[in-house]
Write a protein that binds this ligand. Structure first.
Ligand code: FES
Length: 292
């Protein structure tokens, strides 16, 4: 089936380099405005295990759609205005969560993201004006602005869908990795240097191998999938760092921080853990088995 002409617009946005200065400025501003890792992790959705922003959208969108229904039924002016105001109030934290995610996307995703944000900022402005006008008795104009705001929200939602489902923002890059059960050899353990992240392959799956030299874990070997669950960065190029008493690997692309032992996310923007492996040494060979 042929796609609708409108549907090709986001494809063009992905290549619109003229959006880069604005996108870069917004990304830098958001990073500076939210410098606290714990707050960023919360807004990314690290405790949830997937992004928080899509969940929060329900609040403003639900309020505004409900207001639109009340606006076409007579006698609901007060309730409709309340819902418009609730939507505006809920849009702030929703936008903040989305902006924090946006600040850690790649260039093409940010081009779509900046127009998505622009449409939603326009919607919030229109709904804010609608709320004020309704309070001054100009209900007809307030309704008109609210319906225009709903249309802007629709454009923003359409672009948000493109960002997630076509461009893969917020998805787990390792969801489809496949390794047969049982133990698999990665070759002689002596072939891996100690204390620095090394690479190996298990079939098509790229691995990070770390022969531990830190404290109690001296002599142990930690193995993770090497593709960062956020946007696919090469973890072996990242920095080893101790975080919360755990040795971690910090992704070189956007700073996601994973325990090298368990693959758990210590800091986002990644929200999905890295698949990790049990390891053993048999006859001088390093063997791995995917953890359940
Ligand atoms: S690719 Fe973004 S943090 Fe790793």
């Amino acid at each position: 089936m042929r796609r609708l002409p409108l549907v090709t617009v986001p494809d063009k946005l992905e290549k619109a380099g003229w959006l880069d200065p604005a996108a870069g400025w917004v990304a830098r501003t958001v990073k500076a405005a939210v410098p606290w890792p714990a707050v960023r992790d919360l807004l990314h959705g690290v405790p949830l295990g997937h992004p928080l922003h899509p969940l929060m959208i329900v609040a403003p969108l639900g309020a505004w759609v409900s207001a639109a229904v009340l606006d076409v039924l007579p006698g609901n002016e007060r309730a409709a205005r309340t819902l418009v105001g609730m939507g505006v109030a809920a849009a702030g934290p929703t936008a903040l969560a989305g902006a924090v995610d946006f600040s850690r996307l790649d260039t093409e995703q940010q081009r779509t993201g900046i127009v998505h944000e622009g449409a939603n900022v326009l919607a919030v402005g229109l709904y804010s004006a609608s709320w004020l006008l309704r309070g001054r008795g100009r209900t007809g104009l307030g309704k008109a602005l609210a319906f225009t705001g709903l249309a802007a929200t629709g454009v923003g939602g359409f672009l948000g869908g493109h960002l997630s489902y076509r461009q893969g923002a917020g998805v787990n890059r390792n969801d489809d990795f496949q390794v047969p059960s049982g133990w698999h050899s990665l070759g002689p353990v002596g072939a891996f240097a100690s204390g620095v992240p090394q690479t190996a392959r298990l079939g098509a799956v790229p691995l990070l191998v770390l022969k531990r030299t830190d404290g109690a874990a001296d002599g142990a070997v930690s193995v993770l999938v090497n593709t960062c669950s956020h946007l696919g960065g090469p973890l072996h190029e990242g920095e080893l760092r101790e975080v919360k008493n755990e040795l971690c690997i910090v992704c070189p692309w956007h700073g996601s921080t994973f325990s090298v032992e368990s693959g758990e996310v210590l800091h986002g923007p990644a929200t999905a853990p890295q698949p990790s492996f049990s390891t053993r040494i048999r006859d001088g060979l390093l063997e791995v088995s995917v953890k359940p």
